[in-house]
Design a protein around this ligand. Structure first.
Ligand SMILES: *Cc1c(COP(=O)(O)O)cnc(C)c1O
Length: 426
């Protein structure tokens, strides 16, 4: 068959965009060559509905091996008793857990979306907000930190069936212990969605949610640096409290209910090529090199936050414990929206995303903030000394936002700087 030049030329342009730009989107990363080749492998040809050893199709002996390897490595990485590696994405992982633990109309509680929460934590346009009844908790306006006292008040009043920790734009660690105490007071499940900081948690740089949460979900493509996908884990399996039994009358464990929640609950055939790549990525995450990588991600974020503060920017909560920070532009540039900054920086080959800040006066389409993260540039090999240079590029552009000559000049410097770094530095 003739090679599809049209598509592969576009792929080459995307490779160049990634290679020569500064990637600061906090949810993105660059995978290793071996993760990439597992994704582009023959495993995509295989149907494997079911789980290792219990499939609805023949010929599953090898996908069973890679899926079991992915499960075993993931369990080792987080010290989990049980794991499911089949969710196609982070949002799917959350959907499967909600389907398993909640009934339509049930209340659950998550971080307000405009305070850093995720679409799948109760947005009115997502299944989580359409099928269930979301109640929000918030960060404190003064400190930018989750207000656990107010969370407790709201929980005691509203009595949600489930409380959800985790966010997409929150730069501080979580008090899972306190949240478990709150959940226990009302008999609610505690769930953590660690889609963003999973890599940092895996190497012990942040609090461990598996110790306190009934269930933990994550993506695999953010700090964990694997293929795009989702996972579900439990620190410890337990008997389901719903009285659901097997045909033999045995009470089913939560692990078996969660497995059913993923398949057949919300998905059909698993993406076995992606699962093979997850196995590779979890293997990488178990190495000393990955731990060093995560330490550098965190160090880079600290130094970058400091550099923004030194230039007079308002970094929400005054810094970061993890790989990202949220910048409120309103004190320094009251007239400039996050959207304008995002759209302008991209012309200089710097990619960030506009983001609502807590108590934002603008809409989600305009926003007053930026979210910036260091996982991707750290994979490229950038160190502390590069962070002030990047902040300086960004500050120059925002300070003279309609200056096209300046944009051209910054873009040239960005391309020169990044051309010297590989896509995946070892
Ligand atoms: C990114 C993210 C997700 C969703 O992941 P997808 O793979 O895009 O579906 C879920 N929860 C949180 C907190 C996230 O940041």
């Amino acid at each position: 068959m003739k090679r599809d030049e049209l598509v592969f030329e576009i792929l080459q342009k995307e490779a160049d965009r990634q290679r020569y730009g500064i990637e600061l989107i906090a949810s993105e990363n660059f995978v290793s060559d071996q993760v990439l080749s597992a994704m582009g492998s023959v495993m995509t040809n295989k149907y494997a509905e079911g789980y290792p050893g219990k499939r609805y199709y023949g010929g599953c002996q090898h996908v069973d091996e890679t899926e079991q390897l992915a499960i075993d490595r993931l369990k080792e990485l987080f010290g989990a008793e049980w794991a499911n590696v089949q969710p196609h994405s982070g949002a799917q992982a959350n959907m499967a857990v909600f389907l398993t633990l909640l009934k339509p109309g049930d209340k659950f509680m998550g971080l307000d979306l405009s305070h850093g929460g995720h679409l799948s934590h109760g947005s009115p346009v997502n299944s989580s907000g359409i099928l269930y009844q979301p109640i929000a908790y918030e960060v404190d306006e003064e400190t930018g930190l989750v207000n656990y006292d107010r969370m407790e008040e709201t929980a005691l009043r509203e009595k949600p069936k489930l409380i959800l920790a985790g966010a997409s734009a929150y730069s501080r660690d979580w008090d899972y212990k306190r949240m478990r105490e709150i959940a226990d007071k009302i008999g609610a499940f505690l769930m953590a969605d660690i889609a963003h900081p999973a890599g940092l948690i895996a190497v012990g740089l942040l609090n461990d949610p598996l110790k306190y949460c009934h269930v933990v979900t994550s993506t695999t493509h953010k700090t964990l640096r694997g293929p795009r996908g989702g996972i579900i884990m439990m620190g410890q399996d337990f008997d389901n409290p719903f009285g659901k039994t097997t045909p033999k009358g045995v009470i089913r464990s939560m692990s078996s209910l969660f497995n059913s929640g993923v398949f057949p609950g919300i998905q059909g055939g698993p993406l076995e090529h992606i699962i093979a790549a997850k196995a590779v990525a979890f293997g990488e995450a178990l190495t000393k090199e990955f731990k060093n990588y995560m330490k550098q991600v965190k160090k880079n974020a600290e130094v970058m936050a400091e550099a923004f503060v030194n230039k007079g920017y308002n970094v929400i909560s005054d810094g970061t414990d993890n790989h990202l920070m949220l910048i409120d532009l309103r004190n320094k540039f009251p007239e400039i929206t996050g959207r304008k900054v995002e759209n302008t920086l991209v012309l200089a080959d710097i990619t960030v995303n506009k983001n609502m800040v807590p108590f934002d006066s603008r809409s989600p389409f305009q926003t007053s903030g930026l979210r910036v993260g260091t996982p991707a540039i750290t994979t490229r090999g950038l160190k502390e000394e590069h962070m002030p240079i990047i902040v300086d590029f960004i500050d120059q552009v925002i300070s003279d936002i309609d200056n096209e000559d300046l944009l051209e000049k910054v873009k040239k410097q960005v391309n020169e700087m990044m051309g010297a770094f590989p896509m995946f530095a070892d």
